[in-house]
Design a protein around this ligand. Structure first.
Ligand SMILES: [Zn+2]
Length: 375
């Protein structure tokens, strides 16, 4: 998966980002509409150039529709006191990043339902706008297809498998009824996994029997992505329950090896990475944590510059804002490691001293043990 994101703008206080994979989708969608959908639905009515312009506008407005769909979820969240860190648009749609999880099934239900309602509203608006433009074929063609696309987005999202909106609604309903979030998530994520598998099989069928390479591959990709999301969604809930009352202080490693901001990269590689085999080290400047340095950061500097460059030049300062406290809940740790993809995080006490480090591997080990004890 492509990791690079570009910041676009802020809307209602929420930053919107675009994953680079979306550009590929833009091209694919434009191409699909310009060479498939429009020529077969409006045969002979547009020139080749017009078809590409139509395709492009359709793709852009699809992007706007998906963004509004995501925003509707996020606005319900922020209105109810759940902060949304950002919205990222990527290959298969959009995701809103939440700092905390929903604690209440009713709110989860409202949040999940907001997206499909927005898609329904958009379909109605596009359809309604198409009528007055009936004479201008170019515009009414776009509007009508966007009405259809938004309906398709609505139907797809209402499939009752987690992590789709329909699956979240189902989970919220089961959760409300049984008061058991783990069981509710397990059921919804099983349906999600089955649906995802069907999509993947359909993709192969398409590919083999209809020789539709892109269409087939697309379904396989979406299925694969959904399958993973369905499974990890359940795992996170299960892990959270297994971790229960544990705190970061119970799981951290003490005796942390730190490096100084003034260390040159040559020494860093020889005396730290090669010696300790850790993936990253906390960086101190005058005794204060300023970030973490990983092998990946070092690799971005050409080797001949290593003796002359120091850690401070390339330290990842973002991590300094993501420190944990020994009394933080395991939940917070799980969030930071599982959701945000940080492999190693420093633990800092009230005085600002580094007292430990927590790693993904340690966390997984604790989860494995706790789950084993539970059974
Ligand atoms: Zn949605």
């Amino acid at each position: 998966m492509i990791r690079r994101n570009i910041s676009l703008f802020k809307l209602w206080g929420i930053p919107v980002e675009l994953n680079l994979s979306w550009l590929l989708v833009l091209v694919l969608i434009t191409w699909t509409f310009a060479t498939g959908y429009y020529p077969s639905n409006f045969p002979g009515l547009f020139t080749i150039r017009q078809l590409w312009v139509l395709g492009f506008f359709t793709a852009i407005l699809l992007f706007v529709s998906i963004l509004l769909h995501e925003f509707s979820h996020s606005l319900v969240a922020t209105r109810n006191g759940l902060p949304i860190r950002k919205i990222t648009l990527f290959m298969f749609g959009g995701v809103a990043q939440m700092d905390r999880d929903v604690e209440d099934p009713v709110l989860e239900l409202k949040m999940a339902a907001a997206g499909p309602l927005m898609s329904l509203l958009l379909a109605a608006v596009f359809y309604g706008l198409a009528a007055p433009f009936g004479q201008v074929l170019f515009i009414s063609a776009i509007l009508r297809s966007l009405a259809k696309i938004n309906l398709a987005v609505l139907i797809f999202n209402m499939v009752p498998g987690f992590p789709l909106d329909g699956g979240r609604i189902l989970r919220a309903a089961l959760w409300y009824k049984t008061k058991d979030i783990k069981r509710a998530t397990r059921i919804a994520s099983r349906i999600g996994t089955i649906f995802a598998t069907i999509l993947m099989v359909l993709g192969f069928v398409y590919f083999i029997f209809f020789r539709s390479f892109i269409g087939g591959l697309w379904l396989v990709f979406i299925g694969f992505f959904l399958r993973q999301a369905a499974q990890s969604g359940y795992l996170i809930v299960a892990f959270r329950q297994a971790l229960g009352h544990l705190r970061v202080g119970d799981m951290m490693r003490t005796g942390v090896v730190t490096t100084d901001a003034s260390t040159d990269l040559m020494t860093l590689v020889d005396e730290y990475f090669l010696k300790y085999h850790y993936g990253s080290f906390p960086v101190l400047k005058n005794g204060t944590l300023i970030g973490m340095i990983s092998l990946k950061d070092v690799k971005q500097v050409p080797r001949e510059l290593w003796p002359k460059s120091v850690v401070e030049d390339i330290v990842d300062r973002e991590v300094a804002g993501l420190v944990l406290h020994p009394m933080d809940s395991a939940d917070k740790l799980l969030n930071m490691i599982m959701r945000k993809g940080h492999g190693r995080l420093p633990v800092v006490d009230d005085q600002g001293n580094i007292v430990g480090i927590v790693t993904r591997r340690d966390l997984m080990e604790v989860i494995r043990m706790m789950t084993a004890l539970e059974e």
